[in-house]
Design a protein around this ligand. Structure first.
Ligand code: NAD
Length: 502
């Protein structure tokens, strides 16, 4: 990712440049518009390093144009019958489904993950649209008759108004679709600010929506950019609610700033997810579950297991570790577009260098390499193989902090109590996984572990869209999770009417 101005662009890192990279535009009030911002970022293919497009760094004024359009569209959209809004979601669902392969290929090109992973990501987005389509049912209120003589009470749900959605690079289709369908279904209008690192799938999604003409102008808007655009949304008085997903640091900033501006906010942050392995774990489930979780998408998932907590005697721990290491060694590192690839490149060369720096830090802290994934980086320079560290001190960064790369840190404990102590000492609480053949152990783990999304013999415990998605502790700022019933709760406010009729 390179910051340049439109007038001086230089080819960085000696990588290839498309003949004339496409300059992306914002989508405001039903039209593609040129942002006022002159600075652009280049988005590059993680696999080849080729420049794919120029991303404008929209200003607060560009954001204001989009929020004004969203505000203008709000009264009519709010007044549209819920079942008609749901029908618009049915159309959105059909559109995304019809273009699932195309969108998935674009995710692979821009973000880097394997095609199968990208296809599944778009599938998850489709599920969110399906779950949001229940909106007429979910918007129904409550009532209580006769609380006093002739007095009845009813509660109705109304939309908030304008929602700003700010999303990360690692799921460029799914996460926008965690927010857009529910917010729109509930009668809000939306401004999406996708990650500046890989906005092409969002742009294509908006092109499809525009071409199919399924929403009135201004109901859904797109602003491209980075920090200035985010700050524009956070301080814009037209914005009523903010839905955010990203790193813990940004989530804390976004939540604090939005709350200080009087906005409703949900901010889903980073993670350090532990995978606890009991000696009775099924080796096949263990091998596939751990490697898929730790190294799939090169560890760039909020649900990536990055701590392997081995339970039992030294011999039992070593046996579990050997199962995982053997499976990790069999993984193929390469271009996500190659069907043989298991581990895709990181999002940028800078990201690979950062993760390599984390590996060096861990080694300096006393960890040992069980598996060293450092290599030449491949064509685009962003590849890094599965890396497993053992013996890192419990208070070191490799144990405590999110690395967001294909790096798995091993810890060893005697029993389940010791495992729960380690897992629950984390400041994060996004997800936690247990591998065991014992229902009783699974029950004890499930009861005691402090995290929002738990897996038993499942490496990536991503809830389907009909359930809420988020973690606990520093993995979220705000109360309401994404998706499921929480989404309808977040995008509506309750009004209670007490009436007496003569
Ligand atoms: P990020 O925090 O760098 O960026 C997320 C968004 O915030 C982007 O749109 C970016 O433009 C904006 N942003 C970043 N820094 C900002 C700043 N200082 N001021 C204003 N805006 C800023 O996150 P990322 O690297 O794109 O995504 C990876 C992170 O997201 C990981 O930490 C991962 O765990 C987390 N994540 C969490 C979940 C979850 O459900 N909890 C899901 C996916 C990703």
């Amino acid at each position: 990712m390179t910051t340049t101005s439109t007038t001086e662009r230089s080819d960085q890192e000696g990588q290839t440049r498309a003949a004339s990279p496409r300059r992306l535009r914002n989508y405001v009030a039903g039209a593609w518009v040129e942002p006022t911002a002159s600075a652009v970022l280049e988005t590059r293919s993680p696999a080849s390093g080729e420049v794919l497009a120029e991303v404008p760094l929209s200003s607060a004024a560009d954001v204001a144009a989009a929020t004004a359009a969203a505000r203008a569209a709000f009264p009519a959209w709010r007044a549209t019958a819920p079942q008609r809004r749901a029908r618009a979601l049915f159309e959105l669902r059909a559109l995304v489904s019809d273009h699932q392969e195309e969108l998935a290929r674009l995710v692979t090109t821009d973000m880097g993950k394997t095609f199968d992973d990208a296809f599944a990501e778009v599938g998850r987005g489709i599920e969110s649209i399906e779950a949001a389509s229940a909106v007429p049912h979910m918007l129904k209120g409550e009532n209580l008759e006769g609380v006093a003589t002739g007095v009845d009470v009813e509660m109705v749900r109304q939309p908030l108004g304008v929602i700003g959605a700010i999303t990360p690079f690692n799921f460029p289709v799914m996460i926008p679709l965690w927010f857009i369908p529910y917010a729109l279904g509930c009668g809000n209008t939306v401004v999406l600010k996708p990650s500046e690192q890989d906005p092409l799938p969002s742009v294509r999604l908006f092109e499809l929506i525009d071409e199919a003409d399924i929403l009135p102008a201004g109901v859904l808007n797109l602003v491209l950019g980075a920090h200035d655009a985010v700050n524009g949304l956070l301080h814009d008085p037209e914005v009523d609610g903010i839905s955010f997903v990203g790193s813990a640091k940004t989530a804390r900033y976004v939540a604090g700033t939005a709350a200080a501006e009087g906005k409703r906010v949900q901010a889903l942050g980073g993670a350090k997810n532990a995978m606890v392995v009991m000696p009775d774990a099924d080796p096949k489930l263990l091998a596939g579950g751990v490697t898929g979780s730790a190294f799939g998408a090169a560890g760039q998932r909020c649900l990536a297991g990055s701590l392997l907590v081995l339970v039992g005697s030294k011999e039992e721990q070593d046996a579990s570790l050997a199962t995982v290491v053997d499976a990790a060694k069999a993984l193929t590192v390469g271009d996500g577009a190659d069907p043989a690839t298991d581990v895709c490149p990181l999002i940028t060369v800078a990201s690979r260098e950062r993760v390599e720096g984390e590996i060096e830090t861990a080694l300096g802290d006393g960890a040992e390499l069980v598996l060293d994934g450092r290599r030449d980086g491949g064509e685009g320079g962003a590849q890094l193989g599965p890396t497993i560290l053992d013996g890192a001190p419990t208070d070191s960064r490799a144990v405590k902090e999110e690395i967001f790369g294909p790096v798995l840190t091993v810890l060893r404990v005697d029993d389940l109590d010791g495992a729960l102590e380690v897992v629950n000492s984390s400041r994060y609480g996004n997800s936690s996984i247990l591998f065991t053949s014992s229902g009783g152990t699974a029950r004890e783990f499930r009861y005691g572990v402090q995290a929002g999304m738990i897996g038993v013999n499942v490496g990536v415990a991503a809830p389907v869209a009909w359930f809420p998605f988020a973690g606990w502790k520093d993995s979220i700022d705000g109360d309401l999770h994404a998706n499921g019933g929480d989404a309808f709760e977040f995008y509506t406010r309750k009004k209670v009417v007490t009436s007496r009729w003569a």
